[in-house]
Design a protein. Structure first.
Length: 446
């Protein structure tokens, strides 16, 4: 099972291109309607207007957002105009935090809490006050201003092991690639300034090209002392990490028909219904309805809260996944405290959960889930080329043009492949072309 629910957005064009390449695009469901609920039990829906073009398409649902006042909504509209009119130099502002920018353009504390913060924390795994402005500028311009459909959220119907190891492994096998799982690479072999292979346990595997796709914090241990003391490897220790916590709850009966809900003002940020396709399939769109222009599994904190001897299939119970991004606030919490917080939030949001019996609970904390996209982080991100002949880097933490997302991870892989081909004398572009902006955003220069 996944450590937590992974999501993507329609603007993640390279990730979608990758799913097409491995034959997994049909496993993604897209949702164009999102439900938000605050601590007062007020529900609001964010969705695109059927009639208004981008960048006006979300205004009607924002005007009906029950958790925000009229002043909150006016300030959001002003900030969106400012985002649309940012100059190229402003878009590269990696020194200012997004939180500082929001306050500078007059955002109210409530507009930040109900709109800006949930989007930034969910998409970038970091708080606005710790996020470099450039990353957030890119997020909101790409997802909310350039296209009517770019903000739609995609959820895989399968676990990432099936999606990547399954579909991805099968695609590699069709190409004649040998995949060896469950083996530990202990060292990247470098001789006379050139990568010549890897060491797997005691076996030496020669190679003309080595691509490292491990996390930034795992790479130095694979390098000899001389190599890791040189750029770009010497600065990897300066990266800061941001954690993610996933809470998995199994009940003896169904507690909701909603596919997901965003929680405002709570430590738990999202609840995902993981029983499969909900019976009330609101706001869901599959790829068959028309074409339009992070797999690490950490060891759980502890075993099951309650010994499980029952069938946990969706037909006999309910399986919910709760997500807390940038979960530093849970670092000092015990597992039972986190489960109690998840239960309180679930029962408050879905009253049917108060009558259901908790069969099983699991907490998975990934302390170094992504790099923190704070000011200064961009300067630490290396290119695919390392300065060591034959050694290349891939991953969401490399200089991909995107923050630490699955889109960024795919871009990192594509850029590494492009660099390898370039160094062999072939000029090939593998990145998927950016779809054109809708008419009005295009006229605005977005």
């Amino acid at each position: 099972m996944d450590n937590c629910q992974h999501v993507l957005m329609r603007c993640c064009v390279n990730l979608l291109d990758f799913y097409e390449r491995i034959g997994a695009a049909g496993t993604i469901d897209f949702y164009y309607s999102f439900r938000f609920v605050d601590r007062q039990g007020r529900w609001s829906t964010l969705s695109a207007s059927r009639w208004l073009p981008a960048p006006l398409h979300l205004i009607p649902s924002l005007l009906r957002f029950r958790s925000m006042t009229g002043l909150d909504k006016i300030t959001i509209a002003i900030a969106m105009v400012r985002l649309a009119r940012l100059k190229p130099a402003d878009l590269q502002d990696y020194k200012t935090t997004f939180g500082d920018w929001l306050r500078r353009v007059g955002q109210t504390p409530n507009s930040i809490e109900c709109f800006w913060r949930p989007v930034v924390v969910s998409a970038l795994n970091e708080e606005p006050d710790r996020t470099a402005a450039a990353y957030a500028f890119q997020l909101f311009r790409e997802a909310f201003l350039r296209s009517r459909r770019a903000f739609e959220m995609g959820l895989p119907r399968v676990e990432l092991a099936d999606l990547y190891s399954g579909a991805g492994g099968a695609a590699l096998a069709r190409l004649g690639v040998e995949v060896r799982c469950g083996e530990r690479v202990s060292r990247i072999l470098i001789e006379e300034g050139r990568a010549v292979g890897v060491c797997v346990d005691e076996e030496r595997i020669p190679a003309e090209i080595v691509i490292s796709a491990v996390p930034y914090h795992a790479l130095p241990a694979l390098l000899d002392e001389k190599t890791r003391s040189q750029p770009p490897f010497s600065r990897l220790s300066e990266f800061e990490s941001s954690p993610i916590t996933g809470v998995h709850l199994w009940f003896d009966r169904s507690v909701t028909d909603l596919p997901h809900a965003a929680l405002l003002g709570r430590e738990m940020q999202w609840i995902f219904n993981k029983d499969g396709a909900p019976t009330e399939d609101k706001g869901r769109r599959t790829e068959d309805e028309g074409k339009h222009p992070r797999s690490r599994n950490p060891i759980p904190d502890t075993p099951d809260l309650i010994p499980n001897t029952q069938d946990l299939s969706p037909t006999r119970g309910s399986y919910l996944g709760l997500l807390v991004s940038a979960s530093r606030g849970l670092t000092s919490r015990t597992r039972d405290e986190i489960v109690a917080m998840a239960m309180e939030a679930t029962q408050a949001v879905f009253p049917a959960a108060r009558e259901a019996r908790l069969i099983r609970a699991l907490v998975i904390r990934e302390k170094r889930a992504t790099f923190s996209p704070q000011p200064g982080a961009e300067a630490l991100r290396p290119d695919a080329s390392t300065g060591v002949a034959g050694l290349y880097l891939a991953g969401d933490w490399t200089r991909t043009g995107w923050p630490a997302t699955m889109e960024g991870a795919v871009r990192g892989g594509y850029l590494a492949a492009e660099q390898i081909l370039h160094d062999s004398g072939q000029s090939v572009s593998l990145l998927a072309p950016e779809p054109p902006a809708d008419l009005i955003p295009r006229l605005m220069g977005l």
